[in-house]
Ligand binder design. Structure first.
Ligand code: PLP
Length: 401
């Protein structure tokens, strides 16, 4: 075999994808309770499913055709109206680029903004989809630590300290994965001031924007000075419960959208037509807002509150914060892990082996995540959350007491 390029060697394989593959294999094993991957277990709205089925039956050629790279104009218009309604921000539909999920959005955003040698600041811990993509484009990862003591809120003073002449972008994720934190207005305001002062991009990952239990996330480019330097990544995976349809969108300044569209032409050519038609339906007749308000948020809120109560009850020495958004608890388990003489990865492996419960080791999200685990409440219903937490408590107490 001729040699491969060096690109795959500069990135690591995603450990969460490995766990997802394991879970897929173990799917038939009812006994495994997953607090692992962040894939919604709720079905998408019934109207969307029925519309898609009907379309595939009655207009199959249309449903599986190519579309333009930027995406179907009607969908981009509906998205622009929806963003105006929820966040008060005006986008021209041409400033909306439909992508194959937030993952492609992150890829085209970094590809269009980062030169080799540029630095990109991300939080520690943070979603693990950023660091390797940054490295693929020759960028350097700088990390801004956050901790449970400050409710996982980043500090503007610490941010300014790590900004350098090489800083080209800051990735903001709110609501956050893995911590559930929603950033403050004050932080976003200060971040925009720093971005203007030091001339860098803000890549705002808003894939969890509609999954919030109280305070909505501040919207970065609602601040006028942010408009020309913010690219926002959106996804329908979480808000429409369609992670397998692979559909989302990116907004940003026109020049940046045009550049990202050009790159997308050579990555995936066009977004899936069927997924786009399904998302047009999602925006019609108030389906989206009703689904979020009446199904998604009440379901996840109940699960979140239950998991929080059980963490407090069963793991009183653990520390965490009640997530304001997204669907994860990031739990500082150091007091237990020290007594058990295990690190978070060993703990997660043993817990799966001994008790058939999946949690994600905190170290996968950055060095500051060591000694923590991420537990999602999006996958399992309440009775299984209860059972899973009971098993964790039994496993921990067999060591600690
Ligand atoms: C923070 C964050 N960004 C982006 C994604 C990518 O999602 P998708 O590609 O399904 O839109 C995820 C998925 O879990 C995520 O948690």
């Amino acid at each position: 075999m001729p040699s491969l390029s060096s690109r795959p060697t500069i990135i690591r394989r995603s450990p969460i994808r490995r766990i997802a593959a394991l879970l897929e294999e173990a799917k038939r094993k009812e006994s495994i309770i997953s607090f692992g991957g962040g894939a919604p277990s709720l079905p998408p709205p019934r109207e969307v499913v029925e519309y898609l089925a009907k379309m595939l039956r009655e207009e199959p050629a249309k449903a599986v055709s190519y579309t333009s790279t930027r995406g179907i104009p009607e969908l981009r218009e509906l998205i622009a109206q929806d963003l105006k309604k929820h966040w008060g921000v005006e986008y021209d539909p041409n400033q909306v680029l439909i992508v194959n999920g937030g993952t492609e959005g992150i890829y085209v955003a970094l590809s269009a903004t980062i030169e080799p040698g540029d630095e990109v600041i991300i939080l520690d811990p943070t979603y693990l989809g950023y660091s390797e993509a940054i490295k693929l484009f020759g960028g350097k990862v700088r990390r801004l630590p956050v901790s449970v003591e400050s409710g996982y809120q980043p500090s503007l003073e610490e941010l300014e300290r790590i900004i350098s002449p090489l800083t080209k972008a800051f990735i903001l994720l709110s609501p956050d994965n893995p911590t559930g934190r929603v950033v403050t207005e004050k932080f976003v305001r200060g971040l925009v001031d720093l971005a203007v002062k030091y001339d860098f991009w803000i890549i705002f990952d808003a894939v969890y924007k509609h999954i919030s239990f109280g305070r909505k996330t501040p919207w970065v480019d609602a601040i006028p000075e942010a408009r020309e330097r913010t690219i926002t990544i959106n996804s329908f995976s979480k808000e429409a419960s369609v992670p397998g349809l692979r559909i989302g969108y990116v907004t940003g300044p026109q020049e940046a959208i045009d550049a990202m569209e050009k790159i997308k032409q050579y990555i995936s050519l066009a977004p899936s037509a069927a997924a786009q038609y399904a998302m047009i339906k999602f925006h019609e007749d108030g389906i989206k807002d009703r689904y979020l308000e009446e199904v998604v948020i009440p379901t996840y809120r109940k699960r979140r509150d239950l998991m929080y109560k059980l963490i407090k009850e069963y793991l009183p020495e653990a520390r965490t914060v009640l997530p304001e958004g997204a669907f994860y608890f990031f739990v500082d388990m150091r007091r237990y892990l020290e007594a058990m003489n295990r690190n978070d990865e060993e703990f997660a492996n043993r817990l799966l082996y001994r008790k058939s419960v999946v949690v994600i080791p905190g170290r996968y999200f950055g060095d500051k995540g060591k000694g923590h685990v991420r537990m999602t409440f999006v996958t399992e219903p309440e009775d299984r959350i209860e059972e899973g937490m009971r098993r964790i408590a039994a496993y921990v107490s067999s060591y600690v007491f």
